[in-house]
Unconditional design. Sequence first.
Length: 303
Amino acid sequence: MDSTADMESARADAGTALQFYWEAAEHELPEELADDEAEVGDAYAAVQESVPDDPTALSCLTLFALGRLRAHLNEEFGATEDHFEAAHHPPAELAPDDGPGRALAADVVRAADRALSRRPADNLAVFSRACALHWLGDHRAAAAYREAVRLDPYDDIARTRVEQLDGIELPEPPGGFGTHHPHGFHLLEMTHLVGHGGSTKGWVWLVNDPSTVRDKADGHLAEWLALRGHSLDDDFGVWTHVPGGQGVGSELREALHHPPEGRPYIDWSKVPLPRPERDPLPVGQPIRWLGQLHFYGGTEHDD
């Protein structure tokens, strides 16, 4: 690749393929994902050909390995629930004779170890490693979940699993949104709760540039407002993480201006939107933040 722009484009394309694969792997079986798996593998091979130890690629390859395990678990246990996001139904140990599953879980651990050698505070890799150890029945799982909680005290799933594995009750996390994520980013959420079962409709964006936040929020404002009177609840806000600092959150509804004539608009002068100057989130890098997985760019929710 000849330039930074080329590398960012390659990471973005690979990240899009990974997101599609991860979402499909929630319910589909390995044989149904063979073509998608090959696409993701080829995409990250292209990135690594230029930068073999690219930290973003290593982090994403850890999640890719976890996705392959996820699809295998659908085959072994069914796809009625998410095997990684269920706080109160944590992983069951893989059967001793499940050679393929145990090999896939070991792949996750190896991929996470490599990613963490380049970016020790990558709590997505930490959590992935903890899940794989949990499925393997490895006693190191509790310590791995503890590390995930240290990096993100608001990761309720990791917290619950520490409590279950160690038989303890952890203290409540401090106030605010203080985490140890290594990169700065903005998370914009414009969603509506449209079903009593938790179904949502709308968009979430993970980006590293304030101008993109403003463009996306302004561009989807009319769509979000149109659903406002037809949903059970809604989220409309932007949260900023700056490495080494306290997170900043703003409810955008408080900055909505309704002129007597004309369309409503967001008064951005009322919204603190610091630019993460130091260590901005690399293009294509997914994150685990406040206990949730987010992919770089826009994610449409239409459950």
